[in-house]
Write a protein that binds this ligand. Structure first.
Ligand code: 5GP
Length: 204
């Protein structure tokens, strides 16, 4: 195994997808692991590009066959990372990015302690709520639930090696790029300044 494994988690509304896209532009040696999910595809999503969309039975068969490096129930659906896909990319020498929730990150950290894990934070809870509302089509009840789930997700930030606040896309992408290159002690979750910052994100 030559490459480096990076775990990236964020509450929904933290702007993770845009950040990952920016990072893939900056880092040619980076590859994104495509997850399996039982969630139905959204209108603009393609199987094999965004996710591999599978049935509940297919997902259960993969669990039974031990095909997942990690898997978890997130909201109402199952998500998992195929072991063989990650292994192949690491063997080829790529840096592999897993975009997974905190439960999955826990499992991978236990199996592969050398992996670097990063939590992406929104700049404030107001901004988080604004981004969740900005999606437009969701009902008030759905937005409220997503918001509660997101704040709950944030409570796990200190389990990660690094945390990056997504206040400005260019700045956050640069910081994340440093983490991926293994040069980001300033973003370590043990930094007292970061704990203060997270307190302000949550409590204003
Ligand atoms: P979405 O349905 O909005 O694409 O993703 C919902 C959540 O599932 C996100 O927080 C995302 O990080 C998480 N997720 C996506 N793929 C995986 C995976 O393979 N494993 C785990 N544990 N979580 C995942």
């Amino acid at each position: 195994m030559l490459g480096r494994l990076v775990l990236l988690s964020a509450p929904s509304g933290a702007g993770k997808t845009t950040l990952v896209r920016e990072l893939l532009k900056r880092e040619p040696e980076l590859r994104f692991s495509i997850s399996y999910t039982t969630r139905p595809p959204r209108p603009n999503e393609q199987s094999g590009r965004d996710y591999f969309f599978v049935s509940v039975d297919e997902f259960a068969a993969m669990i039974k066959a031990g095909e997942f490096l990690e898997h978890a129930q997130v909201f109402d659906h199952q998500y998992g990372t195929a072991r063989h896909q990650v292994q192949k990319l690491l063997d080829e020498g790529f840096t592999v990015l897993l975009e997974i929730d905190w439960q999955g990150a826990r499992q991978v950290r236990a199996a592969m302690p050398e992996a670097a894990s990063v939590f992406i934070l929104p700049p404030s809870v107001e901004e988080l709520e604004r981004r969740l509302r900005g999606r437009g089509s969701d009902s008030e009840a759905v937005i409220k639930r997503r918001f509660r789930d997101a704040v709950d997700d944030i409570s796990h930030w200190q389990e990660f090696d690094y945390a990056v606040v997504n206040d400005d896309l260019g700045r956050a992408a640069e910081e994340l790029h440093r983490v991926i290159r293994g040069d980001a002690s300033a973003s370590g979750t043990e930094q007292p300044e970061l704990a203060r910052q997270v307190w302000h994100i949550l409590h204003g």
